[in-house]
Design a protein around this ligand. Structure first.
Ligand SMILES: [Zn+2]
Length: 127
């Protein structure tokens, strides 16, 4: 599966909406492809006091629910269609779900794909 299809699924998942006075969701969508060829999507949840989480986290939760943890490709897109590079917390999170995910292909911009390990130089685990 190409990043073009993952982009469309991530973008389709976005649907910004206010949940309460202090929370909203769906401003960012993420889609990931596992090594078995399945796709999982997620949306972000933003709350006051930083209790929410990124779209990548939600996509990983769906993947784990299905019994998988090896990510081949990942993309995150905001509701305007811009491709977003994973935040620092997500980079570390993805790498801890499976050491194999250090080789995950991450789209970080238009036609720009890097490996997760390139986004995590000087790994603290000395892998
Ligand atoms: Zn993040």
């Amino acid at each position: 599966m190409e990043f073009t299809e993952l982009y469309l699924q991530a973008k389709k998942a976005t649907n910004p909406r206010k949940l309460s006075k202090t929370a909203q969701c769906g401003t960012v969508g993420a889609a990931l492809l596992t090594d078995t060829g399945n796709v999982y999507v997620g949306i972000c949840i933003d709350t006051a006091c930083s209790m929410g989480f990124c779209a990548e986290h939600a996509a990983v939760a769906s993947m784990l629910l299905a019994g998988e943890n090896h990510i081949k490709k990942l993309i995150a897109v905001n509701h305007q269609g811009d491709i977003l590079s994973p935040c620092g917390r997500c980079r570390e999170f993805l790498s801890q779900i499976s050491e194999n995910n250090l080789d995950t292909e991450v789209m970080v911009g238009d036609n720009k794909v890097v490996l997760l390990k390139e986004l995590l130089p000087y790994d603290w685990r000395n892998l």
